[in-house]
Design a protein around this ligand. Sequence first.
Ligand SMILES: [Zn+2]
Length: 332
Amino acid sequence: MNYIDMHCDTLAKAWLGGEKTAKRLQGTMVDVERLRKSGAKAQFFAMFLPQKREDGWFLPEQEGGRFSMEQLGQAIEGMYRVYCDTMEACKDSIAPACCYADFQKNWSEGKISAFLTIENGHPVSGKIENIERFYGMGVRLITLTWNDANCLGYPHSADQKEMERGLTKFGREAVAYMETRGILVDVSHLSDGGFYEVADIVKGPFVASHSNCRALTPATRNLTDEMIRVLAEHGGVAGLNFAPGFLNGSEGDKVSRIERMCDHVGHLIRVGGAECAAIGTDFDGIEGQFEISDCTGMELLFHALRRRGLSGDMLEGLAWRNAARVIKEAAK
Ligand SMILES: [Zn+2]
């Protein structure tokens, strides 16, 4: 079955691994050759930019602590180079896409679409002109925060006070600008306060590219039922994340199970309706033991959902049609 995956961290993994392209990669969950085999219609490729050193994620020659803007600039440059070189090296299979027309054209030519995104708006650095620069590179989705506060707003947090903090003044301006410019606003990783401010500012659809349901898994990265309803009212989508920590009931459970994915999809559809469900695997950004260990296993999920009684129409909506609708409405 064809699908659209709204989030992966493969560019970061490839770049950190010293790869020139993401054509055929060892030790990753996504590469172009496997995307082709797996029936992908589009893959969103994030340029992931942690502000602080975290286990498993570091920039070369970085000793720890916070990354400077210069280092983040180098990271963007490095990941962007991998992206561009991949598009060139695999141009018969995949092509960049900035809008729905690109997506359709690529598909009609038998090609997967590659949407470029930024995970963490920190490098926007308080300037609209930087958003414009990223737009010029082809970025059509920005995940406003990662797990630290930045110029746009505050991240999800277990601290209730932190969780209520929303966008900065500049963040509100930037979000409005992104909508008019045609860059998808992504609330995954954002605080609950930030979520509701985005919902107030953005008139059309916005997305939670890789977040699950908090009612099933009480992770602060997941969406409450009320948030799912608001997202759905906007015509937005939430992408199913395969990380064990966002799927399971207990924190210590490190297995990413297909049955649990089906539970989250079922809950999302019950609360927000069939049109708000999408996929955002988070491949290459997650750790654990995986029943779907790379993109070639996507069919296992679709098969399990069919067995659970999800109609063909709903399944196609989840797999790609809902994400395609949001691209059509919001990416320009
Ligand atoms: Zn993420």
